[in-house]
Design a binder for this molecule. Structure first.
Ligand code: S3P
Length: 192
């Protein structure tokens, strides 16, 4: 009987995984693949905000300014997405103010992706959707923003360096998640 129970698929709600880190570190591509492997829903904070306000991020920055966009991001984290079974890719500046690192951490397991500025530049050069990097010297801007944001990133979760092979990054995050998840489960059992 016990053996049979153990074989039942575990469909209990699982904590969300939040992917954080600078623009162009691969949060979206990694997140999609990770969600597929874990059979989780994939959610992207920018896409959800764009859907809610029927406006592109770029337009939101132009019309309402960055500060308003940051409020939208906070609303998204506070109440704009499901609480479980999601991989949530978060915009690069989402955790970089106030107590956002602690807020995101309280929602699930968060992993911060770090890549070299040169790799970031290569990835983001594929489109001009990112208003903060539409400047004359984007590499300098990337370095400057990373320096400003790193203290927030370091408060936000487990930091990892991305691998050129995306699958390795996905596997790394899976291992982190399983470790957190099992430790958490053990804590709950101990409490009972
Ligand atoms: C931003 C990152 C972008 C987007 C907006 C601002 C930032 O998201 O939210 O352009 O401040 O780093 P990605 O990190 O998904 O590019």
């Amino acid at each position: 009987m016990q053996k049979q129970d153990r074989q039942q698929p575990d469909d209990s709600p699982k904590p969300n995984i939040y992917l954080l880190g600078f623009m162009g570190t691969g949060k979206t591509s990694v997140g999609r693949r990770l969600a597929h492997k874990l059979k989780f829903k994939f959610i992207d904070s920018d896409a959800e905000i764009e859907k809610k306000y029927s406006m592109q991020v770029k337009e939101i920055f132009e019309k309402f300014g960055e500060a308003r966009f940051r409020e939208m991001e906070r609303e998204f984290i506070e109440s704009g997405h499901p609480n479980n079974n999601c991989v949530v890719s978060c915009g690069g500046g989402l955790v970089c103010r106030d107590t956002m690192p602690e807020l995101v951490k309280s929602k699930g397991v968060s992993v911060v992706l770090f890549s070299k500025p040169e790799e970031i530049l290569e990835r983001i050069s594929k489109n001009n959707k990112r208003p903060l990097l539409n400047v004359e010297n984007p590499l300098e801007k990337i370095k400057e923003l990373i320096a400003q944001r790193t203290p927030y990133y370091l408060r936000s979760g487990v930091s990892i360096a991305t691998d050129k092979e995306m699958n390795k990054t996905v596997q790394h995050i899976e291992r982190i998640y399983k470790r957190f998840f099992n430790t958490d489960k053990r804590k709950n059992i101990e409490k009972k």
